[in-house]
Design a protein around this ligand. Structure first.
Ligand SMILES: [Zn+2]
Length: 213
């Protein structure tokens, strides 16, 4: 079967399932590895990215080859979004963690600028604002407020909640309301208990923070 020639695409920035602002490019992270680098000023609150890709359960995430486990981002109780194969990795998957991030999540998959971002700055978000799965990561992001050891339990900390208010994944906001006010959780997967799952042991997550969400 004859294949069509590959045409230059005006949306090369975007993977086929996600959105990345044309004001950022895949480049070298100052922490080593790849990252997303601003190439134009991005004003506070502007749309930066929308995560899209394969949706998988926590069990499916942990069953991925080790080098792929670091890309998916948790978007809901027991649910992650991201690539499940090398060829499915998209530019947005390279957004790295910072304890003092310039971007943050709104809802579950929309990423916006938390402050004005200058060209040359790396776009970052805080993994603790999206992920509650049982993981531990030694952080060396270099931020003055770097908390060193990060875990999927960071959302429980009152200071963390205050610092990231407005930029916590929606299901985490619901978990916080559940803990504070006993509000019932909406949208739990069938046969899945949030409190039980969230308080289990925390195995070391094998990857570094270099490979994105
Ligand atoms: Zn840090």
């Amino acid at each position: 079967m004859k294949r069509l020639p590959r045409m230059p695409s005006p949306v090369l920035q975007c993977g086929p399932h996600s959105y990345l602002t044309p004001k950022a490019r895949l480049g070298s992270s100052r922490l080593g590895g790849k990252g997303l680098i601003a190439v134009a000023p991005i004003p506070r609150h502007e749309l930066v990215a929308i995560w899209g890709n394969r949706v998988m359960t926590t069990a499916q995430l942990w069953a991925l080859p080790a080098h792929l486990r670091d890309y998916p981002v948790q978007i809901w109780y027991d649910m992650f979004i991201g690539p499940m194969r090398d060829e499915e990795i998209e530019p947005v998957d390279y957004m790295n963690h910072s304890c003092e991030p310039n971007c943050g999540v709104r809802g579950s998959v929309v990423i916006v600028a938390r402050r004005d971002i200058a060209p040359g700055e790396e776009l970052t978000f805080d993994y603790g604002t999206t992920d509650t799965d049982r993981w531990v990561l030694e952080c060396a992001c270099g931020a003055p407020t770097c908390r060193g050891r990060m875990t999927g339990q960071d959302w429980r900390d009152a200071a963390f909640q205050a610092r990231h208010a407005g930029y916590l994944s929606l299901y985490i906001e619901e978990l916080i309301a559940h803990e504070r006010q006993g509000r019932p959780l909406i949208g739990l997967p069938p046969h899945w208990s949030a409190p039980e799952r969230l308080r289990g042991p925390r195995p070391q997550r094998p990857e570094t923070q270099q490979s994105g969400g």
